[in-house]
Design a protein around this ligand. Structure first.
Ligand code: PLP
Ligand code: COI
Length: 370
């Protein structure tokens, strides 16, 4: 039996090399029964090459496995890397869909520009995901609120030690069955305010989805854990008083008059979940503001009762209520807080759309397989 099939594509002809030693059905079912987040990977991956002279070429789906890198590969020295995160959802009829992939493709193009990497065209991005899900569709779980997390990423593969944009880059997609990001499910999480560390600086890479931002957040995230908190909140690096975002999620505050406020800043990641949630809130008649928010506004607003709910949002976290905000010398809210009503109903509406339980009135879904 041949394991090489040529698959016709509109723009890119993917070579599909099937994994000859995939996980057994039993192994896969055991993973899907309790996937956690980011711990297990499917049988295949996408790999597309780019070179300065050849452009995007040699697209393939191949068995999941290690990537051979020259020790001088530029990414290992200068961190020229970007990534994305989106999910594939199984609907009741067994079909598999993804959510706003063109927005992830556009964000990856913006990240690429900032990191001096080549821009992957939107069609290629969406095709790459379709190709992977076509061979690994059995890995899309069907239990409530589970999904297949898709992780496209791109990095500088050229071997050289000079500091300049690499002339050889590879783009990959891997996939990982996913349950809840936080071990406590959707119960309220606690947030540690980092005043010692910044995630991003003025003119830096904060708005790009690049590994360096996450590397810079790890020590602050460790401080959050040491202080008994689930996630870290960063402030702006210039004045140190405006809230930006969490290590891996955006933040939204809900006021008692129903207004939703989210920080405006050019150094935070423009979340697709945040954008979608704010659209759903607008559709319901809520006022939505994207503006600068000081940490005092959050602290005082929760204490006075002006702010009635706060939540985190992102692809991995979906919408997660925030119960407690804690800093060096203060605490507001409570770790045992009850999840906010609006938070939970927006979460429900978003997931109902993603899982096909409500009509897709904004045209956010793309079918990946039948
Ligand atoms: N902010 C950061 C730092 C993130 O890592 C993420 C997750 O991707 C988000 C915000 C939310 O973005 P999205 O909703 O597009 O997943
Ligand atoms: C995502 O939500 O896609 C992210 O990249 C965030 C990370 C915490 C997993």
């Amino acid at each position: 039996m041949t394991n090489l099939l040529q698959m016709a594509q509109k723009d890119l002809a993917f070579l599909v090399k099937l994994n000859q030693t995939p996980k057994s059905v039993e192994e896969r079912e055991a993973v899907l029964a309790d996937p956690g987040f980011g711990k297990f990977f499917t049988d295949h991956m996408v790999d597309i090459c780019w070179s300065e002279h050849g452009g995007w070429h040699r697209p393939r789906v191949q068995p999941y496995g290690p990537i051979a890198l020259d020790p001088a590969a530029a990414v290992l020295h200068y961190g020229q890397e970007i990534f994305e995160g989106l999910k594939a959802y199984r609907h009741h009829d067994g079909s598999v869909w993804t959510f706003r992939p063109e927005a992830n493709a556009a964000r990856m193009q913006r990240s690429a520009r900032r990191l001096a990497l080549p821009e992957l065209p939107t069609d290629y991005f969406i095709d790459s995901i379709k190709q992977l899900v076509a061979v690994d569709s059995a890995w899309v779980p069907s239990a409530p609120e589970t999904s297949l997390y898709l992780r496209p990423f791109m990095f500088a593969k050229e071997a050289f030690l000079g500091v300049r944009p690499a002339a050889k880059v590879n783009y990959y997609v891997i996939a990982s069955p996913a349950g809840a990001y936080f071990t406590g499910g959707v119960s309220p999480v606690s947030i540690w305010l980092s005043t010692k560390y910044s995630r991003a600086g003025k003119g830096g890479t904060g708005a790009a989805k690049t590994g360096g931002n996450y590397a810079a957040s790890l020590i602050a995230q460790a401080e959050a854990y040491e202080n008994g908190c689930d996630q870290v909140l960063f402030l702006d690096s210039v004045e140190g008083k405006y809230i930006e975002e969490l290590g891996g999620m955006n933040v939204v505050l809900v006021y008692k008059d129903g207004t939703l406020v989210t920080p405006e800043s050019d150094s935070i990641l423009e979340g697709i979940t945040r954008d979608s949630i704010l659209q759903l809130a607008r559709d319901r008649g809520h006022v939505v503001e994207e503006r600068k928010v000081t940490i005092d506004e959050w602290r005082d607003g929760v204490a006075s009762g002006d702010i009635v709910e706060v939540f985190a949002c992102g692809t991995a976290a979906v919408v997660t209520p925030i119960g407690l905000l804690k800093g060096d010398d203060f605490e507001v809210g409570s770790a045992d807080a009850v999840a906010g009503e609006l938070t939970m109903s927006l979460r429900q509406e978003l997931t109902d759309i993603q899982y096909g339980r409500l009509p897709d009135r904004h045209g956010w879904l793309t079918k990946l397989s039948d």
